[in-house]
Write a protein that binds this ligand. Structure first.
Ligand code: MN
Length: 279
């Protein structure tokens, strides 16, 4: 199943290029604050799924081009990320961060999350570059602490495309990666059962139509199951937590006017505009 948020917090199922409103079947009030309804849906998904499927079939779909897709999980308990998780990217960065798993994970502000319908807003920082990083978002389904890698895939709800937008250079990593709109996630969550074996997923990112990044998930130094084990060795994972799997070689600058496209096999694809900060 492909689960989206759209048009002011509605929950939708994506089928054949159209979105079917299942907010009521999910028990989610789109106007609720904080917007944690989707977290409850993920926690209770096994129970809710039959009703969601039925509701999706009962209402006509709205073509995707007529809705505004929002970030699927706007208020997760945690947004974690793996640094230096591909050997060639680690090398291109000059080895400043030891390759995974030695570096563990870092965190980004949840408020940096944005969606397929949002632009990436680059701050006005003269002399600094803002880079794209193409990544797989691993969405936690069943939480837990000290989850063994052998059973870690059972804890995954689904996957999405993720960009870990980053100001390069000096300063605390958490701050350089936490500007608003610096973590586009989307265009929706594709549930794990629909993805199958995630290790052969191919991830690609283009800027203005030029392919800049391309790798398979199997090239991750800390693999998907090991990422769950690593993160949960420190922190209790909760339903809806997002783990950014790390980026491959080919990172580079983006600037206002660019269009950045990310695609992951069997998961989805989205193209985001880049714009400057309003004066
Ligand atoms: Mn990254």
């Amino acid at each position: 199943m492909k689960l989206a948020r759209y048009d002011g917090g509605k929950i939708g199922v994506i089928r054949d290029g159209a979105v079917h409103d299942v907010s009521a079947a999910c028990g989610v009030d789109p106007a609720e604050w904080p917007p944690v309804g989707i977290v409850r849906v993920i926690r209770d998904f096994a129970r809710l799924r039959p009703g969601i499927e039925k509701a999706a079939s009962a209402v006509p779909g709205i073509p995707l081009e007529r809705v505004r897709l929002e970030t699927p999980i706007p208020w997760p308990n945690k947004l974690l990320a793996l640094p230096a998780n591909f050997a060639k990217h680690s090398a291109e960065m000059g080895g400043g961060t030891p390759p995974a798993p030695e570096s563990g994970f870092f965190m980004k502000a949840n408020s940096s999350l944005s969606g397929a319908g949002d632009a990436i807003v680059v701050p006005n920082l003269p002399g600094r570059e803002v880079h794209h990083e193409c990544e797989l978002a691993i969405i936690v389904g069943r939480g837990g602490r000290r989850i063994p890698a052998a059973s870690a895939l059972d804890h995954i709800f689904g996957y999405a495309c993720l960009m870990d937008i980053t100001v390069r250079g000096k300063g605390e990593r958490v701050m350089r990666k936490s500007y608003d709109t610096f973590t586009p996630v989307g265009p929706w969550i594709t549930t794990a059962d629909e993805v199958g074996d995630p290790r052969d997923l191919e991830m690609r990112l283009w800027v203005n139509g030029t392919l800049r990044q391309h790798a398979r998930a199997s090239e991750m130094l800390v693999g998907i199951a090991d990422a769950i084990a690593l993160c949960s060795s420190v922190a209790t994972l909760e339903p809806g937590d997002i783990i950014a799997g790390g980026t491959m070689a080919g990172v580079g600058p983006i600037a206002p006017g660019d269009r950045v496209r990310i695609a992951i096999d069997r998961v989805g694809e989205m193209t985001l505009a880049v714009r400057g900060e309003a004066a």
